[in-house]
Design a protein around this ligand. Structure first.
Ligand SMILES: [Zn+2]
Length: 404
């Protein structure tokens, strides 16, 4: 390192600088010097700052030195934009767009979106957008930003700006969905005239369950929904089965009951809300005759907890208590049919099938019995031929072969 005298390329005055490298290199540098002295440098900066304020090009912000540097960088970018590569710009644009859509679209939807864009964005449209992007790009006011980008190629910067402009007019699906979701949910809220709580009970259907979210500890609420067979399973859930029949009626029923008790509810399905307003839903039927899977030759009678049918059901021949209902062998079908008619019990699909099977078995048993009777008749002495045909016994044992 050595101190050397050099001539300022602007004012031609001699000034001293520190120079590195071997003697011959230093000699060459001095002979070919193109640098400027500090005084000229300051003048130049002041000139740039003045130019910045002139209004000829977009005004930059930053320190005087940053502004002076940024003006130079911007000039270079302008030159390179004049002969920049169009397809290179478009490639960058596509890359930025893809990244943007990736944040809220699934891969398959993203591919479709990009395909569609390729179809709709022709060269004319792309070139138009590119020019607009360039205009925007050269308006960047921050000197710091120009300095930061000084080594990035113009195609990438313009492509990025194209994507920024293009996406600014797209409503991001995520925001759109959120907006719509809020509207739809607000619409779905039903309030009683005199609410007991501001907490909303969210009533939803999920596969084979009705789910109610209610983010408040409230004993009245708990009592009501427990009555409708909702169980706490974080949140409240009601298992659907043949007994609950139409789930929409179940949702309308619990919604209606909660509203009547002063609770705010939310049900997204407008059909169900209509059912509630018009009170047009069938109340849950709680008296059922079904078949338990582990006892396929028995009928199972059950009722709601508060509706004590035990003593009546127990009167049926062969009945046995089987918590929470009563179980009865299929051969007592007639008694069960009478019981069902009197007390308005409904049969489950499995119970309907068992009824048909029991009827068929009964018929088969009758044929068997009458065939036996015929053979017996033949053996009877002539004198006794006028005895009346035997009445079929009330209790018919089903042959083992007929059971399945
Ligand atoms: Zn000078």
């Amino acid at each position: 390192m050595a101190w050397e005298n050099v001539i300022c390329s602007k004012c031609k005055e001699e000034y001293r600088i520190q120079m590195y490298g071997p003697y011959k290199t230093r000699e060459w540098k001095i002979a070919n010097w193109s640098g400027i002295c500090d005084t000229c440098k300051e003048k130049e900066v002041a000139e740039m700052v003045k130019q910045n304020k002139s209004g000829k090009s977009p005004e930059l912000t930053g320190s005087d030195k940053q502004i002076a540097w940024a003006i130079n960088i911007r000039e270079k970018f302008k030159e390179s934009y004049d002969h920049c590569d169009y397809s290179y710009c478009v490639n960058h644009f596509a890359k930025y767009l893809k990244n943007y859509y990736k944040s809220f679209l699934s891969i398959s939807k993203l591919e479709k979106k990009m395909e569609k864009l390729k179809e709709t964005m022709d060269e004319k449209k792309l070139k138009e957008l590119m020019d607009i992007a360039a205009d925007n790009f050269f308006e960047i006011p921050s000197a710091h930003e120009w300095i930061e980008n000084r080594q990035v190629n113009i195609e990438k910067l313009v492509g990025k700006t194209m994507a920024e402009i293009f996406t600014s007019i797209q409503t991001p699906a995520t925001n759109f969905e959120k907006d719509i979701q809020a509207d739809v949910e607000a619409e779905a809220v039903m309030e009683p005239s005199d609410p007991v709580s501001t907490t909303i009970a969210d009533i939803k259907l999920n596969d084979d369950k009705i789910i109610i979210s209610f983010l408040e500890k409230n004993n009245d609420f708990k009592k009501i929904i427990k009555n409708y067979n909702f169980r706490w399973d974080s949140p409240w859930k009601k298992q659907l089965s043949f007994m609950t029949e139409n789930p929409e009626d179940r949702m309308a029923e619990i919604g209606h009951t909660l509203l009547a008790a002063g609770f705010c509810i939310r049900i997204l399905n407008p059909e169900i809300r209509k059912k509630i307003i018009t009170e047009n839903f069938i109340l849950e039927h709680t008296r059922w005759i079904s078949v338990l899977s582990n006892k396929p030759t028995h009928f199972y009678i059950q009722w709601a907890y508060e509706d004590n049918m035990y003593s009546e059901a127990k009167k049926i021949t062969g009945s046995r208590y089987d918590k929470p209902g009563v179980i009865i062998p299929m051969e007592h079908m007639d008694e069960i049919l009478d019981f069902a008619k009197i007390y308005e019990f409904k049969f489950s699909p499995a119970a309907e099938t068992l009824l048909k099977k029991t009827k068929a078995n009964k018929k088969a048993a009758l044929i068997l019995k009458s065939e036996n009777l015929k053979t017996k008749e033949k053996q009877l002495p002539e004198s006794n031929s006028d005895i009346p045909v035997l009445e079929v016994p009330k209790k018919i044992e089903v042959d083992d072969e007929l059971k399945d």
